[in-house]
Unconditional design. Structure first.
Length: 195
């Protein structure tokens, strides 16, 4: 009978122990010696993730950077997180990207992690000097509205660069030209006017 390594562990986790877990069914992040374990995102969250990836993919503008989903990013020793999406210059073959490799981290809030994404992870990304943070906040009861906020690093804190509520389009020329249609983000297509 095999014992789950997550349950059969005492004391703080090290990066080596974290990496020895390999690929897992759950999303696991290492935060200062503790593991944060969350189940895979629900279907609406995954749909938003796929759609936002299509809207912010830097490839047409800059071939040097790429967009990856849930990549492991080392923000500090014993602090490895997995943003929903990350844009940066990543090595061809690696397990963990360094914060210095990341241009933009994107988180989509879920019922279980909204406060963490709004405050704690935002502070972690700022402390690691990631230049841009994109926070997507869907209405988690009905998934019929969403707010998108693009933050840029100013010193050691993020400040609001652009924001769009539901039915609006967030546009920015930085960090490269992007346009995020909040209606399309939820898969709601405008209906043509009747003649």
């Amino acid at each position: 009978m095999s014992i789950d390594p997550l349950l059969d562990h005492s004391g703080p986790w090290t990066e080596e122990e974290f990496l020895a877990l390999g690929e897992t069914r759950n999303r696991i992040e290492l935060i200062d010696g503790s593991l944060w374990v969350t189940p895979n995102a629900d279907f609406p969250h995954q749909r938003i993730s796929r759609r936002i990836a299509g809207m912010i993919d830097p490839e047409p503008h800059d071939l040097a950077v790429e967009l990856l989903p849930t990549v492991n990013v080392r923000l500090a020793p014993n602090r490895i997180v997995s943003p929903d999406l990350a844009i940066g210059m990543f090595p061809e073959v690696c397990t963990i990207a360094e914060a210095a490799d990341v241009l933009l981290a994107c988180e989509i809030t879920s019922p279980s992690n909204a406060a963490v994404d709004r405050v704690q992870k935002k502070d972690f990304y700022a402390a690691a000097k990631i230049p841009w943070y994109l926070l997507i906040e869907p209405d988690k009861k009905t998934y019929q509205s969403v707010t998108v906020c693009l933050l840029r690093l100013d010193g050691d804190k993020y400040i609001e660069h652009a924001i769009a509520g539901f039915g609006e389009i967030l546009t920015s020329d930085l960090p490269y030209p992007i346009a995020i249609d909040t209606t399309m983000l939820l898969g709601i297509r405008p209906r043509p006017d009747c003649l």
